[in-house]
Design a binder for this molecule. Structure first.
Ligand SMILES: Cc1cc2nc3c(=O)[nH]c(=O)nc-3n(C[C@H](O)[C@H](O)[C@H](O)COP(=O)(O)O)c2cc1C
Length: 215
């Protein structure tokens, strides 16, 4: 049986990058038999992944890594529109890429791919780095903490995306597993080799915000 494919886009966001890679490795293990995850890095994504020394980890776990040359190179947008992928996941997503998708600016690999996927009724899951107004403390590659302001302008773009047909906003890396469960889990089988808080009804412990994710 041919595996189903998922496109995973990584933008140039250091915030929760390490946690996201860890969750995606779990997801890959859990769905290894049915799903192939292909990784696409924005140009800044490549830089940040190298900065956090994660490129080898990604290579070892996900095979060939595709790096942005332009909005249509590699030709992810076209492949999404041709139905080659079940969905596009962008995690983590910089405020830059969130703003572009929110405004319909399709001039980079991942903003273009998201917008073209939406035009072709392919779902797009976005985990923004700037989710809630306030301050966050993020980890630098050397382990030091960095305090950052989440601007209301960036959060407004996230809100606009949340209201878009076909876009689903993920609050954190832990939501990613629910997305794979929603698309690929069969009633008869649930992966045993993954950590989950809610082993029963997948919607039992979700907030009203992410009901759409699991319904
Ligand atoms: C080490 C590093 C970490 C960064 N972390 C973030 C981040 O957490 N969130 C964010 O919005 N931008 C972050 N940036 C800035 C983005 O990489 C930058 O805005 C870039 O233009 C985004 O391009 P992209 O959206 O095409 O990936 C970071 C940059 C560097 C060098």
């Amino acid at each position: 049986m041919e595996k189903k494919k998922v496109a995973w886009g990584i933008t140039g966001s250091g915030d929760r990058l390490i946690e996201t890679v860890e969750v995606m490795k779990e997801v890959k293990r859990a769905y290894e038999d049915e799903v192939e995850v292909k990784v696409y890095l924005s140009k800044a994504g490549e830089l940040v992944v190298k900065y956090y020394k994660l490129l080898n980890d990604l290579n070892e776990n996900f095979g060939k890594i595709f790096v942005e040359k332009g909005p249509n190179s590699p030709f992810l947008a076209g492949q999404l529109q041709m139905g080659k992928f079940e969905f596009l996941l962008i995690a983590p997503t910089t405020s830059n890429t969130v703003a572009k998708i929110s405004l319909g600016v399709a001039d980079s690999l991942l903003s273009n791919s998201a917008i073209m996927a939406l035009k072709a009724f392919v779902p797009v899951y976005i985990m923004p780095s700037d989710y809630e107004e306030g301050t966050i403390v993020t980890k630098l590659p050397d382990g030091r903490d960095l305090r950052l302001r989440i601007r209301k302008e960036d959060v407004e773009h996230v809100r606009k995306l949340a209201g878009m047909d076909g876009v689903f906003i993920l609050e954190g890396p832990e939501d990613i597993l629910k997305v794979f469960d929603k698309h690929f889990r069969t009633a008869a089988r649930r992966p045993q080799n993954i950590r989950r808080e809610d082993q029963g009804d997948p919607s039992a412990s979700t907030s009203s915000r992410d009901q759409s994710l699991v319904s």
